[in-house]
Design a binder for this molecule. Structure first.
Ligand SMILES: Nc1ncnc2c1ncn2[C@@H]1O[C@H](COP(=O)(O)OP(=O)(O)OP(=O)(O)O)[C@@H](O)[C@H]1O
Length: 236
């Protein structure tokens, strides 16, 4: 029997505005007041970051999103993680999600790495005893044991990445959203991350992966969706 998909997107459109960037005239402001009342109409300076995206991912599948800068890859992950919502269309995600989207976005800069492990672990749905039991393993994987009492605002972006990735892979999520995470940090750590991603696949987790490396994408995904200017242009 075929199981239900872990995640679906059905005719999803996402409208963004360049308003913050460009100076508008009064006429444009008036036009916007009118057009904003209709989701399917673009106002002055609005654009479709995503156009009519449909997607269905089965449990245990690993799917890559590939495309140039601005193609809409991260926007899809933000929609799936609930950070933002579709303008039109619908989407559904089952189970626990571990979004590795904006590295360290869930960290509090003034708290130490240890405190952030507890806070971020809880955000990812882990209970305190579970975090306690996995604490040493989280620290070991991150290779940050000497810096565990240091506030993370003193961390480099590579250290942030190590900590964020390590917490997420210990979180026993059902769906992992992985945005370019593998391209940050040194190559040794990148290899460790790739091994972990392959391990998650073997465990039957559902993965959505973004990378600018097509070779890497081939290694860690079952299929790739190609995006261009917010549209799906190919699937393989
Ligand atoms: N909050 C926002 N407000 C306005 N425009 C946005 C916002 N977030 C993203 N965009 C725009 O939406 C488009 C798609 O962005 P997105 O980050 O999804 O692309 P991407 O394929 O992930 O690119 P990259 O490879 O550079 O990360 C881009 O033109 C981007 O500038």
């Amino acid at each position: 029997m075929l199981s239900d998909p872990m995640l679906t997107m059905d005719g999803v459109w996402k409208k963004y505005s360049r308003d913050a960037i460009f100076h508008r005239s009064l006429r444009e402001d008036l036009l916007n007041v009118f057009t904003r009342r209709f989701d399917n109409v673009l106002g002055v300076n609005d654009f479709w970051a995503l156009s009519d995206i449909s997607l269905s991912v089965a449990p245990g599948e690993s799917v890559g999103l590939y495309g140039h800068n601005g193609a809409g890859k991260s926007t899809i992950l933000k929609l799936l993680s609930g950070v933002t919502h579709p303008t039109l269309g619908s989407l559904n995600v089952r189970g626990r999600i571990a979004p590795l989207i904006e590295i360290g976005a869930g960290f509090h800069p003034d708290l130490t790495a240890k405190e952030n492990i507890y806070m971020n672990g809880a955000i990812l749905g882990m209970k305190i005893p579970e975090i306690k039991a996995k604490f040493d393993s989280i620290v070991d994987f991150s290779e940050l044991s000497s810096f565990i009492q240091v506030p993370v605002k003193k961390y480099s972006s590579g250290m942030y990445l190590r900590l964020a990735f390590s917490i997420a892979i210990h979180s026993e999520a059902d769906v992992y959203l992985i945005d370019e995470i593998i391209s940050v940090g040194d190559t040794e750590f990148q290899d460790k991350c790739i091994d972990k991603i392959i391990e998650l696949r073997f465990k039957g987790k559902t993965l959505i992966v973004i990378s600018h490396s097509h070779d890497l994408m081939r290694r860690v995904t079952d299929r790739i969706i190609y995006l261009e200017k917010g549209e799906v242009v190919a699937r393989d």
